[in-house]
Design a protein around this ligand. Structure first.
Ligand SMILES: [Zn+2]
Ligand SMILES: [Zn+2]
Length: 296
């Protein structure tokens, strides 16, 4: 009999066969060691363990899928635990380099969340309230770029003398290969920042704050030509932007010929087609607006 198991580190839920009870292995979502509890009649409780080995749990849940996809599906499940695990979404079959970038960034966000208990804020401000550092720098250790992170000096702003030297070293994940509008040092991807959104600047959201559901809430969008240097603490202004797709205006949703790619908070990518109603897109950018919107 399979039973539901919740990772105590990252909260991902999955079904585990009871023959694995009492055994340890890495969580498919966060990789940390977990012990499958012994099943009792009154429900299942779990505590983290410091040691253990084997790939048992990963084998159980990684049935031929990439870890991120498993992670995505399970996170959606966590938020909507009353409903059965949804069928894999069609968007997962489209896997362009741009989709892959967005999924890698979303996975890094979740690993950051595992470590800190929140997603990163859009920016970190200095004592004067001016934005100093971007989420893109905070994410570096979770993109396998601890080396670059360690070279960054958080005591000076992003454009200080030390940090300016890192601008040409943008990790490729921050750039859509089809972005012909941005300079070599500019990112193609941005958060939508504003009240009620994933971050309103310095604020950081937790998974639990995303009341609309991770599968209904945008994490990053494409903003080709917005001229945002990748280390610059600047994103799209959710309060001021039009939410029109490919309007040609800087600081708006701008991407591929007939669509803009986006990744939602569950790690799944979607294409926002030309002509999609701006009101829908704004609703997808809020974390707890309570709107019901068809996801493309
Ligand atoms: Zn986990
Ligand atoms: Zn793209």
């Amino acid at each position: 009999m399979p039973f539901e198991f919740e990772c105590p580190h990252c909260g991902i839920r999955t079904n585990v066969d009871d023959r694995y009870s009492g055994q340890s292995g890495p969580c498919a979502g966060c990789g940390k060691t977990v012990t499958i509890p012994t099943i009792g009649r009154g429900g299942v409780t779990v505590s983290p363990t410091a040691s253990g080995g084997g790939a048992i749990i990963a084998v159980v849940v990684l049935v031929g899928l990439g870890a991120l996809f498993v992670c995505s599906g399970m996170m959606m499940w966590t938020v909507r635990r009353a409903v059965p695990l949804p069928a894999p979404a069609p968007a997962l079959t489209g896997s362009t380099p741009c989709d892959n970038n967005l999924r890698v960034l979303a996975l890094a966000m979740h690993n950051y969340h595992d470590a800190y208990g929140t997603f990163p804020p859009a920016c970190v401000a200095g004592e004067d309230g001016e934005p100093m550092h971007s989420w893109r720098v905070l994410l570096l250790p979770y993109l396998g770029r601890k080396d670059l992170y360690d070279q960054y000096d958080f005591d000076e702003p992003w454009d200080g003398p030390n940090n300016r030297a890192l601008i040409p070293l943008m990790p490729p994940e921050y750039r859509c290969p089809d972005d012909l509008l941005s300079n070599y040092d500019a990112t193609s991807y941005a958060m939508i920042v504003g009240p009620g959104m994933l971050s309103d600047g310095e604020s950081a959201s937790r998974m639990a704050d995303i009341k609309d559901g991770t599968s209904n809430t945008i994490m990053f969008v494409e903003a080709h030509g917005a001229r945002i240097v990748w280390t610059e603490p600047r994103d799209l202004d959710g309060g001021a932007m039009s939410f029109l797709i490919n309007s040609g205006q800087a600081g708006e949703l701008q991407g591929h010929a007939d669509h803009v790619k986006t990744v939602f908070c569950d790690g799944m990518t979607h294409e926002l087609p030309l002509g999609r109603a701006p009101g829908d897109l704004r609703a997808m950018a809020t974390i707890d607006g309570g709107e019901v919107v068809d996801i493309p």
